[in-house]
Design a protein around this ligand. Structure first.
Ligand code: NAD
Ligand code: TYD
Length: 352
């Protein structure tokens, strides 16, 4: 089996669902169920013996060591993290705790487990660390896209904590020989994404007739990748990636935020017209994010050259699928919009 951390979050739950749709190898899913973890994402796996869910923290060494000894996974795919830049600005401590200390604890437990393996089990074991392009910092409009050789220049508490975790993973390979691979991916979108990130927030607010808050001039550029493509990229790296290497994963799809919001509004006008008028009427410019990175762009040629991976979705096909999913799952949306999520909206947008 494989151990997946953070498998109740956005990308982790997509990964677990895709994995079990494609093979029968069981998944041990360790997730602390923070505000971002949602077992509803995995409801279709209820009663499926291939999925074992454990409610727990990656920083709990005793728990992780027990799980590794008991289940003896052949790989760890590490998604668990605090993942939202705006939250990291309001409260960085949780990011250091989970992303840095949590990854450290997991690496130590993995090292102990790997040390007990021999033969094929030892040589085929992998620790796959899921990271972000944000560790490379911000690009100017004409700068070349991030390659795996780009210097680390993280600018937010989130990206700094992810950069720190990448460095720990690298060092655990270099010093202890732990067989690691790291992926650095661009912005994901798709089903089950918590509506605090740009795309799901815009969809959910537009459907509710609420303001669509665009930070600053809205000309910040991100590279957008459909989550299913990220999952297939991770599978490729897990199967065929070279130990100790890092792989950038991206969608070849750079867009300014304003265009993303305009596209969502236009598609919703087509799929779910609002009698009150075009959805773009809801766009509101609010004050910028402190330290806001201007541009991210991924050069994903290494993973294509070495592992034959390319994204299957275009932005047009991916965003249509995503909108369809949100329109078809009003219950999921209603549930995540209650409770903790409402408190967050008050914290982040009240004084903007
Ligand atoms: P998410 O916030 O939706 O999910 C994170 C999950 O981790 C949640 O289920 C949460 O409960 C769990 N978790 C948090 N702290 C934990 C802890 N201490 N122990 C165990 N579980 C814990 O995040 P996501 O968007 O799915 O991102 C997953 C990973 O991918 C992260 O490492 C993130 O840095 C990386 N990543 C995300 C994106 C993106 O666009 N979302 C892009 C590139 C990389
Ligand atoms: P986000 O989805 O938070 O991802 P990240 O900051 O990790 O790239 O934001 C994507 C872009 O959208 C980023 O430039 C910030 C911007 N943004 C807004 O303009 N308004 C919003 O309400 C949010 C959440 C993000």
């Amino acid at each position: 089996m494989i151990l997946v951390t953070g498998g109740a979050g956005f990308i982790g739950s997509n990964f677990v669902l895709d994995w079990l749709a494609q093979c029968d190898e069981p998944v041990l899913n360790l997730d602390a169920l923070t505000y971002a973890g949602n077992l509803r994402n995995l409801a279709s796996l209820q009663g499926d013996g291939r999925h074992v869910f454990v409610h727990g923290d990656i920083g709990d060494r005793a728990l992780v060591e027990r799980l590794l000894a008991e289940h003896r996974p052949r790989a760890i795919v590490h998604f668990a993290a605090e993942s939202h830049v705006d939250r990291s600005i309001h409260g960085p401590a949780a990011f250091v705790k989970t992303n840095v200390e949590g990854t450290f604890a997991l690496l130590e437990a993995a090292r102990g487990h790997w040390g007990t393996l021999d033969g094929d089990a030892r040589s085929s074991f992998r620790f796959l660390h899921v990271s972000t392009d944000e560790v490379y910092g911000s690009l100017g409009p004409r700068d070349a896209a991030f390659t795996e050789e780009h210097a680390y220049r993280p600018n937010s508490p989130y990206s700094a904590s992810k950069a720190a975790s990448d460095h720990l993973v690298r060092a655990w390979h270099h010093t202890y020989g732990l067989p690691v691979v790291t992926t650095n991916c661009s912005n994901n979108y798709g089903p089950y994404q918590f509506p605090e990130k740009l795309i799901p927030l815009m969809i959910v607010n537009a459907l509710a007739g609420q303001p669509l808050p665009v930070y600053g001039d809205g000309m910040q550029v991100r590279d957008w990748l459909y989550v299913g493509d990220h999952c297939s990229g991770i599978r490729a790296v897990l199967e065929r990636g070279r130990i100790g290497e890092t792989y950038n994963i991206g969608g070849w799809n750079e867009k300014p935020n304003r265009d993303i919001v305009a596209t969502i509004c236009a598609l919703l006008d087509e799929l779910r017209p609002d009698p009150a008028g075009p959805h773009a009427r809801l766009v509101t410019h609010v004050s910028d994010r402190p330290g806001h990175d201007r541009r991210y762009a991924i050069d994903a040629r290494k993973i294509e050259r070495e592992l034959g991976w390319r994204p299957a979705e275009t932005f047009d096909s991916g965003i249509r699928k995503t909108l369809r999913w949100y329109l078809d799952h009003p219950q999921w949306v209603a549930e995540v919009r209650s409770g903790a999520y409402r408190d967050w909206l008050a914290t982040n947008y009240a004084r903007r």
